[in-house]
Design a binder for this molecule. Structure first.
Ligand code: ADP
Ligand code: MG
Ligand code: MG
Ligand code: MG
Ligand code: MG
Length: 443
């Protein structure tokens, strides 16, 4: 530990770092920063820097507001877009109580707890996210619009595609920061993009998703664009998802989902994991799809799942098993969207899978037919449930499931339910454009 600390201090000196941002994520998936100067770095690495937790939404009550940040030295990275001189670096932190115990409201700690449970069962978890987002124009006053450059480009005389340029810059920046980018491409909808980075250990990936969103937004801004991870910004075209490819490795590094001796080369462990995901999907939806808007994406017709089923072949169900085997044997969970808190979403999916393994939950047979063309009666006969249709339904499902609730612990659960119920109520009482269009002249 002393060696790692020294390495960070040396690196900071070598790279001329002047400012360090201590980062952590709140319950709702928002990245928070406390900036320090490099002179305070050593003290920070010793976990001696305090901040006022009561200023962070959903974090803590005022009477217990002193919190400590403990940086994870492995997360030290310099922001490549900032000037070389007086460089800016960041460290991702765990949040601790004044008495030195981990803070219950820290989502990173919630993920660590489930990862420890997996380890006890003999597994590490790998995650490979496919993060989609839109690049929108900003207006004359710099305010984001929902107009894409692709659309505007139709009338535009400039030969360059702003979006493509921005995406190239994002990829280069992420690579500078240690990401291994596997693919980056234009998505189905105008102005929509996807950048995929290589899978790794779940905690590292959750940290990376937070960094990814921050980098994409920052670079977009520098190109005069607004990047959004809102799940469904425009009605009538595809929304943005964040498919979560996941697998368990045994502690000696073998893929626990791969078994060449079975007909589909999936192990019993993989099957039980799928069984667990299917059993708990309706309850972890509140965490993988945590906004009112998330449920506007989970509708038929736009490649997003709305039914709880799995298949090796088609892309309509919640869970797809990509054809790759060997070390790449994995389960693709297709409902998460990039507005989720990645720590909580990954923790919940893992918990569901582990519950499947522990209790030997056999999944229903795979559904290789197109579920969208089935009637409700056919779905019922096959036992295919629907994902929650709204945040409200998702919250009720979450509350009724002790396994998924246990992922969050009391502190996060209470605040999450309270804030998200309020979010739903705000939406519920608002009069929306749709209503005015529909009823103003009708009645
Ligand atoms: P799709 O075919 O759904 O578009 P992509 O090729 O875009 O999939 O992304 C696949 C993702 O799966 C990548 O992030 C990749 O690193 C990841 N992946 C590959 N092998 C594994 C594995 N064993 N466990 C978890 N994720 C994996
Ligand atoms: Mg993809
Ligand atoms: Mg692909
Ligand atoms: Mg995609
Ligand atoms: Mg995919």
């Amino acid at each position: 530990d002393v060696a790692v600390k020294k390495e960070v201090l040396d690196k900071a000196r070598e790279l001329g770092v002047k400012f360090v941002r201590l980062q952590f994520t709140d319950i709702f998936g928002t990245l928070k920063n406390v900036a320090i100067t490099v002179e305070q770095l050593e003290k920070a690495l010793d976990g001696e820097l305090m901040f006022d937790g009561s200023s962070i939404h959903g974090f803590t009550r005022i009477e217990e507001s002193d919190m400590y940040l403990r940086p994870d030295p492995n997360t030290f990275t310099v922001f490549p877009w900032r000037p070389r001189e007086g460089a800016v670096a960041r460290l991702i932190c765990d949040v601790y109580n004044p008495d030195g115990t981990p803070f219950e409201g820290c989502p990173r700690y919630a993920l660590k707890r489930v990862l420890a449970e997996a380890k006890e069962m003999g597994y590490t978890m790998n995650v490979g996210p496919e993060c989609e987002f839109f690049l929108f124009n900003v207006d004359k006053d710099g305010k984001p619009t929902t107009e894409t450059h692709d659309q505007a480009g139709y009338f535009d005389m400039t030969p360059v595609d702003l979006g493509e340029n921005a995406r190239r810059d994002m990829v280069l920046t992420l690579e500078d920061m240690g990401f291994e980018i596997e693919a980056s491409h234009h998505e189905v909808a105008p102005g929509q993009h996807e950048i995929d980075f290589k899978y790794s250990d779940a905690l590292d990936v959750a940290d990376k998703i937070m960094t990814f969103k921050f980098v994409v937004r920052t670079i977009a801004q520098r190109h005069g664009l607004h990047a959004t991870f809102m799940p469904k910004p425009i009605f009538g075209i595809n929304g943005s998802g964040m498919h979560m490819n996941q697998s368990l490795f045994t502690l000696d590094g073998k893929n626990a989902f791969y078994d060449p001796s079975t007909p589909d080369q999936l192990s019993e462990t993989a099957k039980y994991y799928i069984g667990g995901l299917i059993k708990h999907a309706r309850s972890f939806a509140a965490l993988t799809n945590s906004s009112v808007n998330s449920y506007k994406r989970l509708v038929p017709g736009y490649e997003a799942p709305c039914y709880v089923a799995w298949s090796g072949r088609n892309r309509s169900p919640l869970i797809r098993i990509p054809a790759k085997r060997g070390m790449s044997t994995r389960i693709e969970l297709r409902n998460p969207d990039p507005a989720c808190n990645p720590y909580l979403a990954i923790a919940a999916a893992l918990k569901a899978g582990l519950d499947g393994i522990k209790n030997k939950i056999t999944p229903p047979p795979p559904t290789d037919r197109n579920i969208y063309t089935m009637t409700a009666a056919e779905r019922e006969e096959l036992g295919i449930a629907s994902l929650p249709a709204s945040l409200r339904e998702a919250l009720m499902e979450l509350k009724s499931n002790p396994v998924i609730c246990s992922v969050l612990g009391e502190h996060i659960l209470e605040r999450f339910i309270e804030a998200k119920t309020k979010e739903w109520d705000e939406f519920r009482v608002t009069v929306h454009d749709w209503e005015v269009k529909k009823y103003l002249t009708l009645y």
